[in-house]
Ligand binder design. Structure first.
Ligand SMILES: Nc1nc2c(ncn2[C@@H]2O[C@H](COP(=O)(O)OP(=O)(O)OP(=O)(O)O)[C@@H](O)[C@H]2O)c(=O)[nH]1
Length: 295
């Protein structure tokens, strides 16, 4: 007898830096979501589709839920809640190497109201020194809420990632295939390119900058051997613009070179990248600007 085909939507939630984006990438096997060691940099809902013989898992990447201080913060929280109500499986990510805290308790409380199956995913297991420490963490996590299952993983070493997807697939509803076989992501290329530029621009900047950064891909021009990409990186203040550009443009050049390499990897073709830094004052508070930037 053929196994039942199951397909549905899943997302990872958890406090900032819990490892959600890295795990999404490890599962889909391609760099589609932005990762960074700065909290709250995942802005767009990015889907990747995992194809299995017995089903499909459509992964939706959400930004972290946080205390809203600006209009952008509120929009992000709305986006998170909408996503949560639309998925079949939610993986609450809790790092193996950090104590279970109030943030985790708050999120698991919010999740208990939903119809989705909630799994606890104990991430970054490569960072705990021994099995005893891991066992203690699994116990602490089990006391947080009534999870359907608890799965420890390391997205970096790859340990247990396959096991996690088996568990996620098991809790998907019976359903026909949701996406054709060759679809890895349904996010428009433009958004993915914008994310890669944003990721590159965030590398090595000071803490206050990430919240003030947005990327808009203005134009993509097809030429015979190269795709020309024109993009604007928005910051809030001219002092930030100076940081982004660096001494004699050195930093901007670095950002561009790194982003171009990543975009070329993503699209498998030669890219010409033209980056401009622009100041959009207080863009996080301005609904018109937010809409323009896709929020
Ligand atoms: N050692 C180790 N580091 C990891 C692992 N997963 C993620 N990290 C690191 O933890 C940091 C945060 O990972 P992200 O995947 O960006 O976390 P996130 O939960 O998506 O973060 P936000 O976008 O801020 O919500 C990055 O520096 C990752 O490289 C893992 O399995 N092992």
């Amino acid at each position: 007898m053929r196994a039942t085909y199951r397909a549905g939507f899943a997302c990872f939630v958890g406090r900032p830096n819990a490892g959600k984006s890295t795990l999404t990438n490890a599962i889909i096997g391609q760099k589609i979501a932005i990762t960074s060691n700065k909290p709250q940099t995942t802005r767009h809902v990015i889907r990747g589709v995992l194809h299995r013989p017995d089903g499909q898992i459509v992964l939706v990447d959400t930004p972290g839920l946080h205390r809203p201080r600006t209009l952008l913060g509120e929009r992000l929280n709305d986006l998170v809640r909408t996503t949560w109500s639309e998925v079949d499986v939610i993986g609450l990510c809790i790092p193996a190497n950090e104590p279970v805290g109030r943030g985790d308790k708050f999120i698991s409380g919010e999740l208990s109201e939903l119809k989705a199956t909630v799994l606890a995913v104990v991430t970054k297991t490569d960072l705990v020194p021994d099995k005893k420490k891991l066992a203690e963490q699994l116990l602490a996590v089990s006391q947080l809420a009534d999870f359907a299952e608890i799965v420890p993983v390391s997205a970096v070493s790859g340990s247990q990632v396959g096991m996690l997807t088996d568990v996620m697939a098991k809790y998907m509803p019976e359903s026909p295939q949701l996406y054709p076989d060759d679809i890895l992501t349904d996010e428009p290329e433009r958004v993915l390119i914008g994310e890669l530029i944003r990721e590159s621009a965030l590398e090595g900047v000071r803490d206050e900058l990430p919240h003030s950064l947005a990327v808009l891909v203005e134009e993509m021009v097809e030429e015979e051997s190269v795709l020309r990409v024109y993009a604007d990186v928005y910051v809030e203040r001219s002092s930030q613009k100076a940081i982004m550009i660096g001494h004699k443009g050195s930093r901007l050049k670095e950002v561009g070179t790194r982003a171009r390499a990543e975009i070329e990897k993503l699209l498998g073709r030669r890219i010409y990248l033209d980056l401009h830094i622009r100041v959009a004052k207080e863009w996080q508070r301005d609904p018109k600007q937010l809409r323009r930037l896709g929020f």
